[in-house]
Ligand binder design. Structure first.
Ligand SMILES: [Zn+2]
Length: 398
């Protein structure tokens, strides 16, 4: 009996230590996200902001607890966030929540990673993703009509950065700009290289070369490591630099990550619904969520995401517990096809939700909806392994 009690007690201590490490990783994610938005990354001088000092203190305590030399300053802690992965003994974050090896600061860009932003949105309060939603809620209230709001939202999603010359292009709407301009801010120096800003030609978000030194700002040398905030784009061969970044404006990172990044997959999913005549209506107060109509008995919703961490996406859906009978969770194909993404997502869901959530891609959305309406829905979340069965063209075009 005594041996069993000792084993239980040892296991409890291990669990508590693992939870403390995960809590610390989450706290550091919130700190990294906040520091990157509020100040120049090079000026971590004393006194540190209160939340950063607390995170540093908690890291020191954790290090002392596991017999590791603690970081001596905030700049050193920032380097730790760049170099130490989620699965290191310092954090011991379970692989069901975050991919082992994932870091909070990108090694090339020296900026918060998407995983960091997703972690900083974890939990009931919603963190950075909730900030994005709150900014859009305020915009919706200012717009006063669904049509005006849709135009403003579309503008934001397709203009993470606005330059002076954009205002002289055809289609520029003064009315839209008047409503959205307060969401933009000056381009921070930390996102510029040699007085230039390099938007990624694929995702339009900031890009930076390793060490912030670029051989040629238009055509970077082959082999030169380049980071873009989308993290998932093919390496650009060519840039169109913004040469007067002082005159350009940029959206806050919350909107860049949680509105701009999922925009292409949202557009693709909506265009599939339009193509097949399925009606939809935006769900109030939620990002990328739609009620679907005319898809058989029961309620159907579609939620669009572009999240790198399937475990965190599952946790978010569990926290927000969609109410519809079936919710189609649409993610980009390149993510859904990634090794282990589906399995990770499914494993992280509570059993009850597994039956109600269908993980799919824009191309397969209609196929899954039709199968679901016909009562023959092979639960996507049960499909844990390889790629989703592809739609048949005949079926969709019928
Ligand atoms: Zn990119």
């Amino acid at each position: 009996m005594a041996a069993t009690a000792r084993r239980r007690s040892a296991r409890r201590e291990q669990d508590e230590a693992a939870n403390a490490g995960t809590e610390l990783f989450l706290e550091l994610a919130r700190m990294v996200a906040a520091l990157a938005e509020t100040r120049s990354l090079r000026s971590f001088t004393l006194p540190y902001p209160g939340y950063a000092q607390r995170a540093l203190d908690h890291t020191v305590m954790r290090c002392l607890g596991i017999g590791r030399r603690p970081p001596r300053s905030l700049p050193e802690l920032w380097e730790w966030c760049r170099d130490i992965g989620a699965d290191d003994e310092l954090f011991g974050v379970p692989a069901s929540l975050v991919t082992p090896g994932a870091t909070l600061v990108d090694r090339i860009g020296q900026m918060p990673t998407r995983t960091c932003l997703e972690l900083a949105s974890h939990g009931a309060a919603g963190g950075v993703a909730a900030q994005a939603r709150s900014l859009l809620d305020d915009l919706e209230a200012r717009c006063g009509s669904a049509e005006r709001y849709a135009r403003c939202r579309h503008f934001l999603a397709s203009h993470p950065v606005v330059q002076q010359e954009d205002r002289r292009t055809r289609g520029w709407s003064k009315e839209v700009w008047a409503r959205v301009k307060e969401l933009y801010r000056p381009l921070p120096e930390a996102l510029c290289v040699d007085g230039l800003f390099l938007p990624c030609p694929v995702c339009g978000l900031p890009a930076l070369p390793c060490g912030r030194i670029v051989s040629d700002p238009v055509r970077p040398a082959a082999g030169e490591a380049i980071w873009c905030e989308g993290e998932d784009c093919v390496r650009p061969d060519r840039f169109e630099p913004i040469r007067e970044p002082g005159l350009a404006l940029i959206l806050p990172r919350s909107l860049r990550t949680f509105l701009v990044l999922p925009h292409p997959v949202e557009e693709a999913a909506l265009s599939e619904l339009d193509r097949t005549g399925i009606e939809y209506e935006a769900a109030a107060g939620r990002l990328g969520a739609y009620h679907l109509r005319g898809t058989g008995s029961g309620t159907r919703e579609m939620h669009v995401y572009d999240r790198l961490q399937p475990g965190l996406l599952a946790a978010h859906l569990t926290d927000t517990a969609p109410h519809s009978d079936r919710t189609f969770v649409v993610v980009p194909e390149r993510l859904a096809d990634r090794d282990g993404y589906r399995a990770h997502f499914t494993d992280a869901l509570p059993a009850l939700l597994r039956e109600r959530l269908v993980l799919t891609t824009p191309d397969n959305l209609v196929h899954r909806l039709t199968a679901s309406a016909a009562g023959g829905d092979p639960d996507s979340t049960a499909d844990r392994g390889g790629p989703e069965p592809k739609r048949s063209e005949d079926e969709d075009d019928a």
